[in-house]
Design a protein around this ligand. Structure first.
Ligand code: TNX
Length: 637
């Protein structure tokens, strides 16, 4: 490449760092007029730049210098500062860069790894363990092994006693084929029988393996899927004989929490539908029952809304020549994508066949930049002179509760989304509304006067109550991040997802809200996994090692008999995707930490044991290998 950018931390302390940036022109030509664009996660203090001028929208920065020729085989050097915590990881640096000049078409600029001042350099090791004879994750409630093995071959039969069990039986067959390249032919001999057992509760299952074969008992699809997923984990494949050997065992099993979720952000980076289905299929193996789909954010709108096509025509794409400028990665090209309504139906059906409900999230009133850019005629409050900057450095990402267009947008979007997803829930976001929003908007001031509101937070409550009523009329219960109760307007029907801390969850539970726990410090899979600077990830909430993920115990400070605990519906892991550029990176961040969290979601505290988990994980890795899951190896140096 003809151009290169180097960046180094010059000075760093708790509340800020200074950087030196060098742009090298390695070509034989000089450029009198040029502009460098690059992505950088933190907000650059505009007053701190040594020469020139930087503009920043989200992570997208553009640097311009007046009267500065970029001479052939020379460089330009600038300095700037941030006012936030020090950089610890190499991935904290400049992600990508390109150069615009008068005479050249856009040129990609290579980016050298950042030179850190206080990078992490402490590698932690996972204790070595002896592999256990079985690799079951999550661990079943009751399990008794007896001597002997049953053999499954391609002549085994998978049968069922009720048409409703057929889906799970089909899934087992598909997974045997996918994992072991072996197709049970359903021709005649004894094998696996799916038996309906109405005495069991929802999601509960029994698995019995003896001389007579395998019997899976359950009362609903989820229970049968869990029985089948346990069976798959018990299979030892004999390559030479092309058989699966399963030990004689008797298992009775049911979940600890009724809500066991994973949130995936498809807005910051987009995952094609086949990756979404692969991900959902894996959730079924770990007995997780909810896929929370974060479909909209500042950086992209990912769900087709037929009545508002601009949302995806404009809002689903970003790039140097698009309405929405590049962010994070893939910056010199048009990047994005969206799920058509038929894609969504396909995903919902796929998930439901695996006992998984899909809950969509439409994030309002903050995190709405893509929608606002796509529908300015509806969503821009032209008189609003408020100034704010969101956590992710946007100054124009908040819906206005003071204009009619906002309500028209909400009605249309919520009606279409509610009709697409059968789950009785819809997540409305409500997180991180920037301070300062709406305070200089005449229409918002008027709304405040009409209702006697005294703070802008009440406007957020006003809008969310509208959304809640609308959702109720559509037969849905509203879910929201912990800020959803701000302004004290939504009803106690709303379910709160706490993410900032456990205290927030306790407070909300005490106020009478049902809560789902998703604390950043233990369940955020975009957090780095170790204290070394090469580790991908962020650390604003914490570094989360496998052990920390495993040891998470929801509301551990509260007594078991405290009624507040009854308000906890369950736990959820979250994958925000600012740094998840492709599937291998997703795998690396998710596995095996998700297995640790899945065990907490399924197993009671008394049955959890980290060394025992590791002993099961060790042989389990072979199963991940079989599926080409690019997990972070717990024992590799
Ligand atoms: C906080 S958790 C966010 C997300 C970011 C995430 C990055 C929450 C409700 N908001 O918008 O992607 O941090 O870790």
């Amino acid at each position: 490449m003809d151009f290169r950018v180097d960046i180094a931390v010059l000075d760093s302390h708790k509340k800020g760092s200074r950087f030196g940036l060098t742009l090298h022109n390695l070509s034989e030509k000089s450029y009198p007029h040029w502009r460098l664009s690059f992505t950088f996660d933190r907000y650059i203090d505009p007053a701190s730049i040594s020469v020139g001028h930087i503009t920043q929208t989200g992570s997208f920065c553009t640097l311009e210098l007046t009267d500065s020729v970029l001479y052939s085989n020379h460089h330009v050097y600038i300095e700037f500062s941030i006012l936030t915590a020090p950089f610890r990881f190499l991935s904290d640096g400049i992600k990508e860069a390109y150069l615009d000049t008068d005479s050249l078409s856009r040129e990609t600029v290579s980016v050298s790894p950042i030179v850190l001042k206080h990078g992490y350099d402490k590698h932690t090791t996972v204790p070595n363990v002896i592999a256990h004879k079985h690799q079951l994750i999550p661990h079943p409630e009751q399990i008794t092994f007896t001597d002997g093995h049953f053999e499954l071959s391609r002549y085994s039969q998978i049968s069922w006693d009720h048409p409703d069990n057929k889906g799970a039986a089909g899934w087992l067959q598909e997974e045997v084929e996918r994992l072991f390249a072996m197709t049970p032919k359903s021709i005649g001999q004894q094998g696996v029988h799916f038996k309906r057992s109405p005495v069991l509760s929802s999601e509960e299952y029994k698995l019995n393996i003896s001389h007579g074969g395998v019997i899976i008992e359950a009362t609903d699809t989820a229970g049968f899927i869990y029985g089948a997923s346990t069976l798959l984990q018990l299979c030892a494949f004999d390559e030479a004989r092309q058989t699966l050997s399963v030990p004689f065992v008797s298992i009775q099993d049911k979940p600890r929490f009724s809500y066991r979720g994973v949130m995936l952000d498809s807005a910051r980076h987009f995952q094609p539908i086949n990756e979404i289905k692969r991900f959902i299929n894996l959730l079924a193996h770990y007995k997780l029952n909810t896929f929370h789909w974060h479909l909209t954010d500042d950086e992209g709108w990912r769900i087709e809304i037929k009545a508002l096509p601009a949302l995806t025509e404009i809002g689903a794409w970003r790039g140097p020549d698009e309405v929405i400028k590049p962010q994070f990665h893939h910056i010199s090209e048009k990047y994005g994508g969206y799920y058509s309504q038929s894609d969504i139906k396909e995903v919902v059906e796929f998930a439901s066949a695996r006992g998984i409900q899909v809950i969509p999230e439409i994030d309002i009133p903050g995190h709405c930049r893509a929608a606002i850019k796509a529908l300015p005629h509806l969503l821009v409050d032209h008189e609003d002179k408020s100034t704010y900057r969101s956590v992710q450095h946007y100054t124009d990402n908040t819906l206005s509760p003071g204009i009619a267009g906002t309500y028209q947008f909400l009605d249309t979007v919520l009606e279409e989304v509610a009709a697409l997803f059968p789950a009785p829930y819809l997540h409305i976001g409500a997180d991180e509304v920037p301070l300062g929003s709406w305070v200089n908007s005449p229409s918002c001031k008027k709304l405040m006067q009409t209702h006697g509101y005294s703070s802008a937070k009440e406007l957020q409550g006003h809008l969310l109550r509208y959304a809640e009523d609308k959702l109720r009329s559509l037969g849905k219960r509203m879910l929201g991040w912990e800020e959803a109760h701000f302004g004290n307007k939504v009803s106690k029907d709303t379910i709160i997802y706490s993410w900032l801390s456990e205290e927030a969850a306790i407070n909300c539970a005490k106020m009478g809200y049902d809560v789902v726990l998703q604390p950043g410090q233990t369940t955020y899979l975009d957090m780095a996994q170790d204290y070394t600077c090469e580790e991908p990830g962020v650390d604003w909430a914490s570094v989360i090692s496998l052990e920390q993920a495993y040891q998470y115990e929801p509301l551990s400070d509260i007594a078991h008999n405290d009624p507040v605990k009854k308000r906890i519906l369950g736990i959820q892991a979250a994958l925000w995707t600012e740094i998840i550029t492709h599937q291998d990176r997703l795998d690396y961040m998710v596995f095996p930490r998700l297995l640790a969290l899945a065990e907490t979601a399924w197993c009671h505290e008394q049955r959890k044991d980290y060394p025992y988990f590791l002993a099961r994980l060790k042989p389990h890795l072979t199963l991940l290998d079989r599926q080409n899951i690019r997990y972070r190896h717990p024992w590799s140096e």
